[in-house]
Design a protein around this ligand. Structure first.
Ligand code: ARG
Length: 462
């Protein structure tokens, strides 16, 4: 390739006598991944052409010509083209379509701000997509909670049966996590949605482009305040990656729960055939691969966050080419988040709770022990003594193989006079939970109100 033809296809050929080596081109090119920014690059360039017309660098007609030409640039060719990045790809096509006119589009504009603009535009759309999917998932969780208002499950600490809770209360815990994730994504979006164009390479624009007008036109809330910060900053990418990582963490914990709950050992949940796979060898298997993959992808998104953190650490002001390494983790995190949210909602929608199994588990162990101790405390027994007494009752029962349901009121009062015969009703796990009416507790009536509030909140967000 001659130096002249190289000059035409590069944005920076003039200063060089020799062209880049093929090895370096292969090493540094980013078009194979940053072509995702195609639409954003077109939109940004159209807006910038109009801004250049306003400051007299382009005539109105020229800006129009550029704008129309930008619309005619094919997206598909970027899959096989060998331009350095998406920005040079677009400029090369613009030049093919408009000739010399294209040479004016970079007046005052650097790829350093352009890549920030494009990535922010792209990420804004991705966040909107994730928010919609998050809402779908929360809807599915609320539907399951409402379908089983009376279902009781054992709640666990240390993976040991602790206290009975309702299925709805358990699901609402995840709705809380996903509601916080929603907030985090919106906070990230606010940081992403700041318009960087008009910052030049690092020192600001030498042309009085109307930055506020550019922001309005491109749907940004505000403009960035410092040109050096624009060239150096990827905090907005980190904000999104963190929000994505925490959302994945919640999805992963839900996945882990449901892998257990749908196992033969638990038998609480039947996962839909459509989200499970069989074994190539063992004919009986129905494996929870969808949930395992969500759990697996969570680690991958943590890696994406870490990758960008480590890339940024120690970069001198301002732009350094290392920053190009932000994109693949960012693209990957967004793709995994979107796919996992969609998958999780389908798993929730197609799973069937078999309430008898968790109910039996809640009756089987001594999950009601705390209810008994607290009832004694309500009747004046100091809690520590009540705790001791019920502890002895449990020990005795475990030794003699008695379940809570095996106790009669008389036997209870005989065991210790501080027990009243009527307290035997607390051996039913549905009873004691009725006292947990303090806000945030698992009393069925409290849960019903929490469910209504969550439903209203979700509907107001949609
Ligand atoms: N592909 C580059 C990136 O992703 C675009 C910016 C290039 N700027 C530069 N000064 N080489 O960061």
């Amino acid at each position: 390739m001659s130096v002249d033809s190289r000059d035409a296809s590069k944005l920076w050929g003039g200063r060089f006598e020799d062209g880049p080596s093929e090895v370096f081109e292969r090493f540094s090119g980013s078009l194979h991944f940053d072509r995702k920014l195609f639409q954003a690059d077109i939109l940004g360039s159209q807006a910038y052409a109009r801004a250049l017309a306003q400051v007299g660098i382009l005539t109105e007609d020229e800006a129009q010509t550029i704008s129309h030409a930008l619309e005619r640039i094919p997206e598909d060719d970027a899959a096989t083209a060998d331009d350095e990045d998406i920005h040079t790809y677009v400029i090369r096509h613009l030049k093919e379509l408009t000739g010399e006119l294209a040479d004016k589009i970079h007046t005052g504009r650097s790829r350093n701000e352009q890549v920030s603009l494009d990535t922010r535009l792209w990420l804004r759309g991705e966040i909107d997509g994730a928010l919609g999917l998050l809402d779908r998932l929360m809807e599915a969780l609320l539907d399951s909670a409402e379908a089983h208002p009376d279902a009781v499950i054992p709640g666990y600490t240390h993976m040991r049966r602790a206290q009975p809770v309702t299925w709805a209360h358990y699901l609402l815990a995840y709705v809380e996590m996903f509601t916080r994730d929603r907030e985090r994504l919106l906070q990230a979006k606010a940081r992403v949605n700041v318009m960087p164009l008009g910052s030049g390479a690092l020192a600001g624009s030498g042309f009085p482009v109307d930055r506020q007008a550019l922001a309005r036109e491109l749907g940004f809330d505000s403009v960035t305040a410092n040109s050096m910060d624009v060239a150096a900053d990827r905090d907005w990418a980190l904000d999104f990656l963190y929000a994505a990582a925490v959302t994945m963490l919640h999805l992963s914990r839900l996945a882990e729960d449901w892998i257990l709950y749908s196992s033969e050992e638990f038998g609480w949940l039947e996962l839909g055939d459509g989200v499970t796979s069989g074994s190539s060898l063992m004919p009986q298997k129905k494996n929870p691969d969808s949930l395992e993959l969500i759990r697996g992808k969570c680690g991958r998104v943590f890696g994406d966050l870490t990758a960008v953190f480590v890339t940024l650490k120690g970069l001198p002001m301002t732009y350094n080419r290392d920053l190009q390494e932000d994109k693949e983790p960012l693209f990957d995190a967004s793709a995994q988040l979107t796919a996992s949210l969609e998958m999780a909602a389908l798993v929730v929608r197609t799973s069937r709770l078999k309430p008898a199994a968790p109910r039996a588990a809640a009756e089987d162990g001594w999950l009601v022990a705390t209810d008994l101790a607290e009832e004694l405390a309500r009747r004046g027994v100091p809690f520590h003594q009540a705790h001791q007494l019920v502890g002895r009752l449990v020990l005795e029962s475990v030794k003699s193989g008695k379940k809570p349901g095996d106790w009669t009121g008389e036997a209870l009062a005989e065991f210790d006079a501080r027990f009243q015969p009527e307290m035997v009703r607390l051996m039913n796990p549905s009873e004691g939970m009725k006292t947990r009416t303090a806000a945030g507790g698992t009393a069925p009536e409290t849960v019903r109100q929490a469910l209504d509030a969550a439903r209203k909140r979700l509907e107001s967000m949609l």
